[in-house]
Design a protein around this ligand. Sequence first.
Ligand SMILES: Cc1ncc(COP(=O)(O)O)c(C=O)c1O
Length: 371
Amino acid sequence: MVDLKGQYLKIKDEVDKGIMEVIETTSFIKGPAVQQFQTHLEDYLDVKHVIPCGNGTDALQVAMMALGLRPGDEIITTSFTFIATAEVIALLGLIPVLVDVNPDTYNIDPTAIRNAITDKTKAIVPVHLFGQSAPMEEIMDIAQEFSLFVIEDNAQAIGADYIFDDGGKKKIGTIGHMGCTSFFPSKNLGAYGDGGAIFTNDNQLAEQLRAVVNHGMKVRYYHDYVGVNSRLDSMQAAILDVKLKHLDEYCDARRKAADYYDNAFANCDKLKTPVRYEKSTHVFHQYTLVTNNVDREALKSFLAEKGIPMMVYYPVPLHMQKAYKSNRYSEGDFPITEALSENVISLPMHTELTTEQLEYITSNVLEFLNQ
Ligand SMILES: Cc1ncc(COP(=O)(O)O)c(C=O)c1O
């Protein structure tokens, strides 16, 4: 699904140099490489504060910890996402309130958010799934109306722009009160291990977030909050700093591959190609199609025999996961999410896909579908 080796070879000298510098200075934790990457990411995103942390799941957890929520408070999020989004809500004793998504963009539906608001609702966590923005203006309007916090889960869409009604643009993840991202290796900006970050334009929240990731202390050994230990290590920061310079070029490469897939499948009535939301650029963390009357398992086996990977993100909606079963929901409650879970497929998507590879993948998919 990804080609991290091919990507590394193109930037090997820069990356190796960055790693060696960290080793030579032995500043493995909180070294200058972390500070440098933080500053460069703040500039790239045009956001006041980037708070690096251990991974994307921690980023979400720390963001929620900084809001001072109480057990039983409700957080509205999407039923169609990776588990981490809801996991941290549950872990903190908060209630994940799941809602359905838009069938075209797979992103959280603002009308469903509105219908799920109660007097216990404290925050909304939109996920920018597969590489494009959730409808942020509508979400921010709802948040303002009901005095809710918005934490953007931007693990999958770093680099994408949101385009406002007035034509202005902002990087996704910098529109809500906080944005969270993951630097998991396969992400669009991926480290060579774990990593994550929180973004905010709010000085007070930033101060709290920096304390929470560091055992809740602002001054050493004085703990103002219950915190965690969640750090981006210096080697990962050095690698990410190199890769950040290439992020826009990586996004372009992904979009080019997506264009190829779109064209190849344009006339295939068994596949619905990804709909590009007009208010967002798409950075194609995944290239995810909706199949129509296709035996996914048979397609997967057929492609596997040809050496082509295919994945299903995500096969089980959150409300149907064993650990998250609740009296609140039953099967059938989120028809769009459930239909997507049954019918989506994701094809290889990364920065190193060649025309030959894309031709090989698409012709084999079409061969299976036309047989
Ligand atoms: C939407 C979403 N949220 C959160 C995460 C968690 O990130 P991490 O794996 O770095 O903890 C991921 C990563 O897989 C993700 O895709």
